[in-house]
Design a protein around this ligand. Structure first.
Ligand code: URA
Length: 212
């Protein structure tokens, strides 16, 4: 699958086990989503560009070093479930800026409705935008999110979508419209069920993070 990176790491697999298990309670579910987010963040940030610099070490010699422009990184969690990855990304990129998009799913039509859109001015100044959306299911809410971002001036090639679970249907829909957007995920699952849930998936990730 083009432009899809599946993070194959023993820790992601271990976290997926607990996320999928219906017996996992809220605290462990949050913890596993956050640890999974760390593995994904590590992979998703691996190609960020660095600048050459020099520092003086305690031995009074100069060392050639590299530095990252963390302020050029924008995180956009898609509420609710995307909040589960924010702290993981901040562990890796503590100076990243954070904007929010809220999407609610109409359970009859499976259409996504935007209920929050809180984005900074001058979006085109960010060199990398991480859209944090643990569940890429039908792709409806994801494409709507990308429509908002690209209409606000973000180059699709600078966007990386970070997911815990994806369905082939969602990846297909996203990449039909935005083939340049890289997807970093812990799993590409089998399919969707008739009401748009990922199978086998983990159920409703927002409910499991915040309500159950
Ligand atoms: N959103 C979820 O939280 N779970 C799914 O399976 C699909 C969309």
């Amino acid at each position: 699958m083009d432009n899809v990176v599946v993070v194959e790491h023993p820790v992601t697999k271990h976290c997926l086990k607990f996320l999928r298990d219906k017996k996992t309670g809220t605290a462990l579910f949050r913890d596993c989503m956050s640890r999974l987010g760390l593995c994904l963040a590590y992979q998703a940030t691996a190609d960020l560009p660095t600048r050459q610099a020099q520092v003086e070490t305690p031995l009074n010699v100069m060392a050639d070093v590299e530095e990252l422009d963390m302020k050029g990184v924008l995180l956009i969690p898609v509420l609710r479930a995307g909040l589960g990855f924010v702290n993981s990304f901040l562990e890796i990129i503590p100076e990243a800026k954070i904007a929010h998009i809220g999407m609610a799913r109409d359970h009859q039509t499976l259409e996504a409705k935007v209920y929050l859109r809180s984005l900074p001015d001058k979006l085109d100044t960010y060199q990398r935008v991480y859209v944090l959306d643990p569940m890429l299911a039908t792709g409806n809410s994801c494409v709507k999110t990308m429509d908002i971002l690209t209409a606000s001036g973000i180059d699709p090639a600078s966007i990386v979508l970070v997911c815990a679970f994806t369905a082939p249907e969602g990846i297909k829909q996203l990449h039909q419209k935005y083939p340049q957007i890289k997807v970093v995920t812990a799993s590409v699952d089998k399919c969707l069920n008739e009401v748009g849930y990922i199978i086998p998936g983990c159920g409703d990730a927002g409910d499991r993070l915040f309500l159950l």
